[in-house]
Design a protein around this ligand. Structure first.
Ligand code: ZN
Length: 453
């Protein structure tokens, strides 16, 4: 009988949540961007936990309709008043500089400086996060309260940055399973000192990979740590020939806050990942949301573009743009916490477990019900559910296992959890009452390649 992984053999979610938070604390101060040394330093931290292949794609490389931009690096930036005091200081928060600002050095009046200052009046104490990736410009971000207090003066402005030919960096970890079929886990790692968006996704992906490495898996797993949008576009453009191996995928983003979990379906809407995620959240005992696909959000936009239409959904807690702290200095180390990170990690593992264990079986005693009592199958077989639920699960699995229903189909139809149905199937297989259906297996692994309009 094959071994069954279950919730009992999992790492303690809260302990993993704490490790995720520790990694976020280490990564928080680094000034990341879509290119540059901050991104490389981030990958170096992740490499302490899992092996990564680091890819460097030269500036100017054409990737579909886009071009890999020049590489941006920054050492220092400030605005000094006439007394020589740094009133805006990159060393205090890297959010103070508009990400991708070109180098600047000079003196200017308050009016001239104000053309380059950005604040968030609706949250006067927070520093907004601004970028200027594809348009050469420069600027500083500051709290609205500070902006209002600036007085007429001659200001010294300096941004010690470089924008030069270099490369776009991303990290990749391919963990071989017993099949070449892949599960993609993707997260963006290009934001500077912001936690929910996107260090939470980076931390969960890192510890998921670490956890999955500890035992053999059926699927191969591909973990991507990429800059948002341009990273997935670049990866897809370099891996177009192999994307057919991706059978399921998850984008992890904004997954460490205290809100409830939220799953955004793939463009296909009824892919196995969509059904697995919905099933796990429904049986999690916590509030949850399932949203339809929309062409707005994170890298799922690229994976689900019509030319690829990959079965990739997105798992978040409070999705980007739906919390006031989003893209501001308030998305800080206190906005994410270990219990939420641990819960997210645990639900991710449950979703992956459904995909790993979802198989289709054939009842070996299909003419009337087999006598379960004489096989000792009416006794509880441990693990999930009470004896009544376990008996129901046995009957459901036996009745539906005609080679056309997967365990996930049976779980959905019966209203029982996948874990319970899977456990019943294991018990029945152990008594020779079930055999895996090769036909059903092929069907469950190969998603229809149909394109939706
Ligand atoms: Zn963002």
């Amino acid at each position: 009988m094959k071994t069954t992984s279950n919730a009992n053999s999992r790492p303690d979610p809260l302990a993993v949540g704490r490790k995720c938070h520790e990694l976020i604390v280490q990564l928080f101060p680094i000034c990341r961007s879509i290119t540059g040394n901050g991104f490389r330093q981030t990958l170096a931290h992740i490499e302490k936990h899992i092996p990564l292949t680091i890819h460097e794609v030269p500036s100017g490389t054409q990737v579909f309709d886009w071009t890999v931009p020049r590489e941006w690096n920054i050492r220092d930036a400030y605005v000094k008043n006439s007394c020589g005091e740094r009133i805006i200081d990159f060393q205090r928060s890297n959010l103070h500089v508009v990400n991708y600002s070109i180098p600047v050095s000079g003196k200017m009046s308050l009016d001239a400086l104000k053309q380059h200052l950005f604040s968030a009046p609706e949250h006067p104490d927070w520093i907004p996060y601004r970028t200027s990736y594809y348009r050469e410009s420069w600027g500083f971000c500051l709290s609205h309260r500070q902006l209002e207090q600036l007085v007429e003066d001659e200001y010294e402005v300096r941004i010690d940055s470089t924008l030069e030919n270099g490369s776009l960096t991303y990290g990749e970890f391919l963990m071989a399973g017993t099949t070449e079929d892949e599960i993609l886990v993707s997260c963006h790692a290009c934001h500077p000192s912001l936690c929910n968006d996107n260090l939470s996704g980076v931390a969960i992906a890192t510890f998921l990979a670490k956890s999955l490495m500890s035992s053999p898996q059926r699927y191969s797993y591909r973990f991507l740590f990429i800059p948002g949008s341009i990273g997935s576009i670049t990866w897809l453009s370099r891996n177009e020939r192999n994307v057919h191996r991706i059978k399921h995928g998850l984008v992890l983003s904004c997954i460490g806050d205290r809100g409830s979990l939220s799953y955004k379906k793939s463009r296909r809407a009824d892919a196995e990942i969509d059904r697995a995620a919905k099933h796990v959240l429904k049986h999690s005992g916590h509030e949850y949301r399932v949203a339809a696909f929309s062409p707005y959000g994170n890298d799922e936009r690229q994976y689900c573009s019509p030319g690829f239409n990959l079965p990739v959904g997105r798992l978040s807690r409070t999705p980007d743009g739906e919390f006031p702290e989003y893209h501001t200095s308030a998305d800080d180390l206190n906005f994410v916490d270990a219990p939420s990170l641990g819960n997210s990690f645990n639900q991710c593992l449950s979703i992956l477990e459904v995909l790993e264990e979802n198989r289709t079986y054939l009842n070996q005693n299909p003419k009337c019900e087999p006598q379960l009592g004489k096989r000792g199958l009416y006794k509880t077989f441990g693990g999930y559910g009470d004896s009544q639920q376990q008996e129901l699960a046995l009957l459901w699995v036996l009745n539906q296992s005609d080679g056309s229903n997967s365990l996930l189909d049976i779980a959905e139809r019966s209203g029982l959890s996948f874990a319970l149905i899977h456990q019943a199937a294991d018990a029945l297989q152990g008594h020779g009452l079930l055999r895996e259906s090769e036909l059903g297996r092929a069907q469950s692994i190969t998603e229809p390649e149909t394109m939706r309009s």
